[in-house]
Design a protein around this ligand. Structure first.
Ligand code: ZN
Length: 60
């Protein structure tokens, strides 16, 4: 995902702002990392450039 995409993403649970933590990056593409919601304290993984923004109860 593009790093700038973080500006338009929001938490699927509470619609709060997400904090991007980058583990691996290529140019302005985020390959691996996490998106953390400070409102409800959920963390969403970014794997192979795809942010997994399913609510936690659907992630099983
Ligand atoms: Zn949230």
């Amino acid at each position: 995902m593009r790093e700038s995409l973080n500006d338009i993403l929001c938490c699927p649970v509470c619609k709060g702002d997400l904090e991007l933590e980058i583990t691996e990056q290529e140019g302005d593409d985020v390959l691996e990392g996490t998106l953390h919601c400070g409102e409800c304290d959920e963390t969403y993984e970014i794997t192979d450039g795809i942010p997994d923004l399913l609510p936690p109860e659907m992630q099983d």
